[in-house]
Ligand binder design. Structure first.
Ligand code: NAI
Ligand SMILES: O=C(O)C(=O)[C@H](O)COP(=O)(O)O
Length: 380
């Protein structure tokens, strides 16, 4: 069989070479012509899979090694009898690491404590749900907004978006791109809501770019300048708004989920789905994951709890490097090429859970907090 794939999918040969011939192409450039004689198409979020593409092909399987599926016309796939699989939750832990790394960095820069802030989470699925779990375990107050879940499960655990905006100091968006329907997410934070954000508020978007009205956000940041933005996703990627890039305290090129662990899990989940589709055996995920370069960190002295957290977080992942890379590459290579360069040549990054923190002496009292943030611990 012939399998056409996005060249940015790791472990392509290990996960898909066992099924047939693998042809790797730049994701943004895959067209209908490239797949006319393909049996399977494996993409990431940058390849729109449309009815036109599918109708002229002999595809029987389409996979997306991502959580988001807004780039795939699933109705068209069903109509043409094509099996579809995505990778739900594959990089959810990486996105939570991104959020914690960002908030801990801003707290240090602006001299506040995460434990004293209330964090509002919009979209409480795989990503938002795990973020809420980790924050709660760390003792951070949270509020959750998820109207589809509230409708299905009752609204006891949820508030509406306007209440969340009124009551939270940090607002994290983890919503999918949904156009129309009962719960659309296009410009969920529109000009009115952006105007209503409390002074001092941090707004973080690691869902999809068009969940925020970027122009209205730029106006608030450039005008009153009394809020802080962390943006991983953007309207019109890779042609992002340079003004917004410069005003965001942390600006990154849609890499919140780019841990090696998350990407390999994505490849593996789609490998497993294709294996089932072809009635073949499934590889063990453990065979794909290498041991981490930094596996251990020992703490002995008494440290302020959030200083200890920052130390552990930065031993694994420091979001400020991604911010610097985006600025450097978009300045030197142009916006679109620079944005995509950072993504295609992303440094190897592991998840918090790959670090074992040894806690000795006075540091042993930090065990609960360090564990809650997602690290492994050993203590005296
Ligand atoms: N920046 C990045 O690198 C990444 C971004 N993502 C994005 O994050 C999104 C969320 O990921 P998961 O949590 O895994 O998806 P999920 O499908 O598990 O959860 C999404 C949640 O959003 C809720 N939701 C839908 N419409 C809503 C609305 N109008 N208001 C509030 N909540 C709403 C749903 O009910 C659901 O609980 C993905 O769809 C993807 O677009 C995912 C992974 C990496
Ligand atoms: O999983 C998702 O959904 C994401 O947003 C991806 O992590 C983004 O990665 P690409 O598919 O854009 O490489």
């Amino acid at each position: 069989m012939k399998i056409v794939m996005d060249a940015n999918i790791p472990a392509a040969q290990e996960c898909f070479g066992c099924f047939g011939e693998v042809v790797r192409l730049p994701g943004r450039e895959i067209t209908a012509t490239d797949i006319t004689d393909a049996d399977a198409l494996i993409v990431r979020s940058v390849t729109p899979v449309t009815a036109t593409m599918v109708s002229g092909s002999r595809l029987t399987f389409v996979g997306s090694c991502t959580i988001g599926t807004d780039h795939v016309d699933q109705m068209a796939l069903t109509e043409h009898g094509v099996t579809f699989a995505s990778a739900p939750g594959c990089n959810a832990e990486a996105v939570v690491d991104y959020v914690l790394s960002s908030l801990l960095s801003l707290a240090e820069r602006d001299q506040w404590q995460l434990s004293e802030r209330r964090v509002g989470i919009v979209g409480v699925g795989n990503v938002g749900g795990r973020l809420q779990e980790r924050l709660r375990a760390m003792g951070v107050a949270t509020l959750a907004c998820d109207p589809p879940r509230a409708a299905a499960e009752g609204d006891k655990e949820f508030v509406d978006l306007d209440t969340l905006i009124e009551q939270c100091d940090v607002i994290c968006l983890h919503t999918p791109a949904v156009q129309g329907g009962k719960y659309p997410t296009h410009h969920l934070l529109d000009a009115r809501r952006i105007e209503e954000l409390k002074p001092g508020c941090v707004v973080l978007n690691a869902g999809r770019g068009d969940c925020i009205d970027g122009l209205a956000l730029r106006v608030r940041l450039a005008g009153k300048g009394d809020i802080t933005a962390v943006l991983d996703v953007w309207e019109h990627e890779p042609r992002i708004d340079v003004g917004l890039r410069d005003l965001a305290a942390i600006a990154t090129p849609h890499i919140a989920g780019y841990s090696l662990d998350g990407k390999l899990r994505g490849s593996w989940q789609v490998h497993a789905a294709l294996a089932r589709h072809l009635d073949r055996s499934v590889l063990a995920l453990e065979e794909l994951l290498p041991p981490p370069a930094v596996a251990e960190l020992n703490l002995q002295q008494a440290l302020a709890p959030e200083d200890a957290l920052r130390l552990c977080a930065r031993a694994v992942y420091d979001v400020r490097r991604d911010h610097d890379r985006l600025h450097w590459y978009t300045r030197h290579q142009g916006i679109e090429a620079g944005f995509d360069h950072c993504r295609a040549h992303y440094p190897l990054r592991r998840e918090f859970s790959t670090l074992t923190v040894g806690l000795y002496g006075e540091a042993s009292q930090l065990k609960g907090l360090i564990q809650a943030a997602g690290f492994q611990t050993v203590a005296e």
